[in-house]
Design a protein. Structure first.
Length: 265
């Protein structure tokens, strides 16, 4: 298999590392297109590096477009000129629809995906939608490659990528904000910063694994921790007064609406 990655920021580099780590592509068959020379030496340990769209892209089975959405218009003409029929183009650019990919690249076998930040350490989740022109073999190839950065979920309707963007794409930031707030509160209550950090981070990690392995719903797990008249119930009464659940719901809804606006759908 031969792969090209256009744009080697955090996510593009994460894909390159995962593909090499799991032996899905050889170094000589991985082409990395980057602007500037700052990270060239580092990236040359993963594959071949080029400063601009290269004609050899036509030899790749998969072309991943991982540039910033605002840069897509500038590279689209040169990329369209070197693509050949049958190549799969996978975009992880937020807001760039399948139809725009097809029109700008004059190419039909396209995929649109929304990964999230934990993909950088192989623990992400990526939802993706495909054009109807992709074969089953091509779709399975895409899913296999995405799975090496965590998990992949295929969506039958591209429009669902908007709520996916709000839920899992932006989702890590919601958890980081909760962790940040809990640590700050622990410090305010008198704990040393390193103690508050350890308590909150390990609590989040342990809670995830308990939820993952326990055959109980989140609501059942909450009730198992919360005894009547106890400390957890006192906290949840304040959460209810402040409409924490409603605030989260509205915030995620706003993110989904913004994702829809950016994609022009």
């Amino acid at each position: 298999m031969k792969i090209t990655i256009l744009g080697c920021g955090n996510m593009g580099t994460a894909y390159a590392r995962s593909f090499r780590k799991y032996g899905l592509v050889k170094a000589e068959d991985l082409l990395l297109i980057i602007r500037g020379e700052g990270r060239r030496t580092q990236l040359e340990t993963l594959g071949r590096v080029a400063p601009e769209v290269d004609p050899s892209i036509s030899e790749s089975d998969l072309v991943i477009v991982a540039v910033k959405p605002q840069d897509f218009g500038a590279i689209a003409p040169s990329l369209a000129a070197v693509l050949r029929p049958g190549q799969v183009v996978l975009s992880i650019m937020a807001g760039i629809t399948l139809q725009r990919l097809k029109d700008s690249l004059r190419h039909t076998t396209v995929v649109r995906a929304m990964p999230n930040a934990p993909a950088q350490i192989g623990m992400g989740i990526t939802a993706y939608a495909t054009g109807t022109e992709l074969s089953m073999r091509q779709t399975l190839m895409v899913e296999q490659l995405l799975n090496c950065t965590g998990r992949a979920v295929h969506l039958a309707d591209e429009a669902l990528l908007d709520p996916v963007t709000a839920l899992s794409g932006s989702g890590p930031a919601y958890f980081f904000e909760m962790v940040r707030t809990m640590i700050a509160t622990g410090i305010r209550l008198g704990l040393e910063p390193h103690v508050a950090n350890a308590l909150v981070k390990q609590t989040m990690l342990g809670s995830f694994h308990l939820m993952e392995h326990a055959d109980r719903s989140p609501e059942e797990l909450i009730n198992a921790v919360m005894s009547k008249g106890g400390t957890t119930e006192a906290a949840f009464k304040v959460f209810a007064q402040g409409d924490l659940a409603g605030t989260l719901d509205r915030g995620i809804g706003a993110a989904s609406s913004r994702a829809k606006e950016l994609s022009g759908s």
